[in-house]
Ligand binder design. Sequence first.
Ligand code: MG
Ligand code: MG
Length: 259
Amino acid sequence: MIYLKTEEEIELLRQSNLIVSTALAEVAKAIRPGVTTLELDAIAEKCIRDHGAVPAFLGYYGFPNTLCTSLNDQVVHGIPSDKVVLQEGDILSVDCGATIHGFVGDSAYTFCIGEVSDDIKLLLRTTKESLYLGIEQAVAGNRLGDIGYAVQSHCESRGFSVVRDMVGHGVGKEMHEDPQVPNTGRRGNGVKLRKGMTIAIEPMITVGTYRLIYEKDGWTTRTADRKWAAHFEHSIAIREGKADILSTFDYIEQVVGVL
Ligand code: MG
Ligand code: MG
């Protein structure tokens, strides 16, 4: 069931999302060759707790950490580890969730570690652009398929692939609410968007195949052909005319620059 939010609830969601954005900016300050993903996890957890919030992923279906950290060919749900040491040229997708006043913020960003190749920079840029193109379609009266179409057509026009097995979602009191928000679709298809719906749009885009494999830890997904993947996510509220983006990349990009 799709649960429409009041203005007060949307403001609480904005609060939790801005804590997530702040935590991701703290990660941005620390991310460099030689750092481990477990160190980044500790930084994010401290930031979230310092703001009076609780990490939303920690303990979710038994997930062991605050962040999902997915390296290079990993797509989503990577587990932070003291054995994963970032190297020059890597990319790391960092997904973060935080709960305060009963509402869950959810946002993700893919970081470059030092200098990465131009091909991979194009993957990241295209994925981020596709997120904003999807958000442009996320207005009252449009349909979910309009979002998926915008994401998919942009990424495929550059020769990239769109992951199907993982999708965006409604977000609010629960991290994953109805509806599912696919990154593929046909214009004019699917659930009609209504004012007060709050959703997370999160394209997961790959250089090669969109097929995924689960690693042995039961969480981490990676591409079947081991080509690299990017992931960007915003939580938004549907309104008339223009979506209201509740998370922000501004804090991150004040640290690492605009991709
Ligand atoms: Mg997320
Ligand atoms: Mg999400």
